[in-house]
Design a binder for this molecule. Structure first.
Ligand SMILES: [Mg+2]
Length: 378
């Protein structure tokens, strides 16, 4: 049988969990892995950064009726090359529960795996199939949480710049508790990275609109390159008021699933930088449309990726395939052992840049012992 006439035979999900899971904003502590199998012996790998067991249910659940069905039941028997058609089928035939959120996240995991299959079948990296080639390597920013104290935050900044990063993002942690601490944290972050590196601030949804407008004004002196998610994701009018009030670039999008939510952020919220998580937004098929909508509005697009190298690889293929990309989120949290233990490849920063994978498909494969070591039996 020609490899190009293959059919999907199964979709499997695996829940991996780090031995230590702490109460903090680090979504790399567990992972929901998706494997799509075909009758040609080629399988594809995907990941979903969401509520793992809810995603597992959305994929493995039964066919219920014409507009609610487990995604697995919808894709078995389909040709994995027909990614656009399959995306539409998953959306349309699961629309009762699937217009936003978990079902779109789950669709994204399957979509990533389908593109991995296409690349493996053709012996080409995903970025080439997407028509990319804009970058062979992408500048990376170190993505970390704020330290518990300003001194800890400063030390983190110094450490990541000394490793070769030319940009560092600090997020979540104690930000938003009181005004003086907020200013001390951001001042220390700037002192840590020095004047020569770019600084980004991720507020982690911690402000109301008026406070965010006030903080943006106060943070201007520390010259952040962007000010990320100061507001709750549905506060579109707040985003518009904030964006119109500050010269700082406002970034958002990691909470969004499907291009329609991104349209609200862009057209109603008037955000400046569009953040796309390949494992939440609906996969490559949807991410390329989001990037196109952003390009039409002259907005830059960046990735969000706090989980495994599967997400990072997918982000690199995506960013290499769009004209409006310029930097990669690269997580540097040390406690997350999953990332370094479950794939055969490490994706490393060298001299401030990360190379776009060039192997077939995503260019990332699961380690044979990953399920044994970290798999949770359900
Ligand atoms: Mg963020």
């Amino acid at each position: 049988m020609s490899k190009l006439t293959m059919k999907i035979t199964d979709v499997k999900t695996y829940y991996l969990r780090s031995n230590v899971v702490r109460d903090r904003a680090d979504s790399g502590q567990d992972a929901l892995i998706v494997v799509v199998e075909t009758d040609a012996g080629i399988s594809g790998l995907g990941e979903v950064d969401s509520a793992p067991l809810a995603v597992k249910g959305a994929i493995e659940g039964p066919y219920s009726h014409a507009v609610t069905a487990g995604l697995r039941s919808l894709v078995i028997g389909e040709d994995p090359f027909e990614t656009e058609k399959i995306w539409h089928k998953m959306y349309r035939e699961n629309i009762y529960s699937g217009r936003r959120g978990i079902a779109i996240h789950a669709m994204g995991g399957i979509d990533l795996a389908l593109w991995d299959i296409k690349g493996k079948a053709l012996g080409m990296p995903v970025w080439k199939l997407l028509g990319g080639g804009f970058h062979s390597k992408i500048r990376a920013y170190a993505s970390t949480l704020f330290g518990d104290t300003p001194a800890d935050t400063r030390e983190r900044g110094e450490r990541f710049v000394s490793q070769g990063f030319s940009a560092v993002k600090f997020g979540w942690g104690p930000l938003g508790q009181d005004e003086k601490l907020d200013l001390d944290l951001v001042r220390s972050a700037r002192e840590g990275v020095g004047d020569g590196a770019d600084l980004m601030i991720d507020a982690g949804l911690c402000y109301d609109t008026k406070t965010a407008i006030h903080r943006a004004k106060q943070f201007e002196q520390f010259r952040p390159y962007w000010f990320e998610e100061p507001l709750l994701p549905d506060n579109y009018d707040g985003y518009r008021r904030l964006c119109e009030s500050t010269p700082l670039r406002i970034a958002a999008g990691e909470e969004e699933s499907s291009r329609l939510s991104f349209l609200d952020l862009m057209d109603r919220g008037k955000i400046d930088i569009v953040q796309v998580d390949l494992t939440r937004c609906g996969g490559f098929t949807e991410a390329m449309k989001i990037a196109s909508l952003a390009e039409d509005r002259a907005l830059p697009v960046v990735n969000h990726g706090f989980t495994t190298y599967i997400n990072i690889a997918a982000s690199l293929h995506f960013l290499a395939s769009i004209s409006n990309s310029f930097i990669l989120e690269y997580v540097v949290e040390q406690d997350t052992i999953l990332r370094d233990e479950i794939t055969n490849q490490d994706i490393r920063m060298i001299d401030g840049f990360v190379a776009v994978p060039d192997g077939p498909g995503l260019g990332v494969t699961l380690r044979t012992d990953a399920l044994e070591r970290f798999g949770i039996k359900l």
